[in-house]
Design a protein around this ligand. Structure first.
Ligand code: UT7
Length: 323
């Protein structure tokens, strides 16, 4: 028998304010047509003034717990992927822990930018597989609107805010690819590419900073690295692309999503796409897409799912799981 981390609940939260592409036309030399055709993005949500990453994460966690029919009492650990925590410390995860009313267990943040949720899932899987936790809330939550340079049209039109969460539970599997739960993970990073996507500020440089990106350079790495990590994770899971029911990719750009699916030999009707409505929500994009995919009736129990993401670092990776 093999201890598996099985998804038993999913939920998400999106801030109320929706900003359509056309809104940017008032302040920037840009157009709805450019944003739509180059990225696939049509609109995004922005957090309200004073609304924080941990608050959004808590709403998503509550929705995941509700969908699983569980309460915060049942949770042993929280792993929260974010690059936009409320404060330098403590972690946003401990803030979620207190907002959920949890008085036991442990909580920590994972920072791998847009690949953060894949890293967090991999960490949570290890906690469950090693017997350190039976139930883990894995959350991706971001307020990227706080680190935008609103005069930089090449970045500020691409990102959005939001949160998504999964509740994982330890269950016994047979040790085959037919098991429910996380079947394999693959993580990578290459710091030589740190200048392609970064924030030009931080604690030790005494500023908050703004996101800077050489978009077309990141794009060049994305399709190849994403298809490669997804294929590696599938091989590790003992599965092939023929077995895949859904790719749930990081939602940065529809052209990257299409290119990756094509390279893997999978049609777009096997891909969950939310980039048009959410923009790029960094570590929140995969759990948001998973939760929306369930809500739409796309993702069903027993489905084989591949998630893959790439972002600042560069850091990238994939997780194969059976829903
Ligand atoms: O999630 C983390 C990982 N990040 C990503 O995956 C993002 C990867 N990159 C991308 O998604 C794309 O590279 C972008 C959407 C950022 C840009 O698309 P692109 O096809 O690579 O365009 P580009 O950067 O090569 O720019 C083409 C032109 C430039 O003008 P010139 O130099 O050709 O005259 C830009 O200045 O488009 C211009 N441009 C804009 N025009 C109108 C850049 N941003 C805008 C804009 N509106 N908002």
């Amino acid at each position: 028998m093999t201890r598996r981390a099985v998804v038993i609940g999913a939920g998400h939260y999106l801030p109320e304010r929706i900003v359509e592409n056309a809104e940017f036309e008032a302040t920037l030399e840009t157009s709805d047509e450019w944003i739509r055709s180059r990225s696939g993005i049509e609109r995004r949500h922005f957090a309200a003034e004073g609304e924080t990453t941990s608050q959004m994460a808590t709403r998503a966690a509550e929705a995941a717990l509700k969908s699983a029919g569980r309460t915060a009492e049942d949770v042993d650990a929280i792993v929260l992927a974010t690059s936009t925590a409320d404060l330098t410390f403590p972690s946003a995860a401990t803030m979620v822990q207190s907002q959920l009313g949890m008085t036991k267990g442990f909580a920590f943040d994972v920072q791998a930018v847009c690949a953060g949720f894949v890293y967090a899932l991999s960490n949570a899987n290890a906690l469950i597989a090693s017997g350190q936790a039976d139930r883990v809330l894995v959350i991706g939550a971001e307020t990227f609107s706080r680190i935008m340079d609103w005069s930089d049209r090449s970045t500020c039109v691409l990102f959005g805010d939001g949160a998504g969460a999964l509740l994982l539970e330890a269950q016994e599997g047979a040790g085959t690819p037919e098991d429910r739960g996380i079947l394999a993970t693959d993580l990578n990073s290459d710091g030589r590419y740190k200048d392609l996507l970064y924030v030009d500020g931080g604690v030790s440089t005494q500023s908050t900073g703004h996101l800077r990106m050489q978009g077309n350079q990141v794009f060049r790495h994305a399709v190849e690295k994403l298809a490669s990590t997804a294929t590696t994770a599938l091989e590790r899971a003992g599965a092939s692309t023929d077995d895949v029911d859904w790719i749930v990719p990081h939602q940065a750009n529809i052209r990257i999503i299409q290119g990756t699916a094509k390279k893997m030999g999978l049609p777009m009707d096997k891909v969950v796409v939310t980039v048009q409505d959410h923009g790029n929500t960094s570590a929140a994009s995969i759990p948001l897409a998973l939760s929306v995919g369930v809500e739409r009736g796309q993702i069903k129990p027993g489905n084989l799912i591949v998630t893959e993401a790439i972002g600042g670092g560069l850091a990238w990776g994939a997780v194969v799981l059976r829903w």
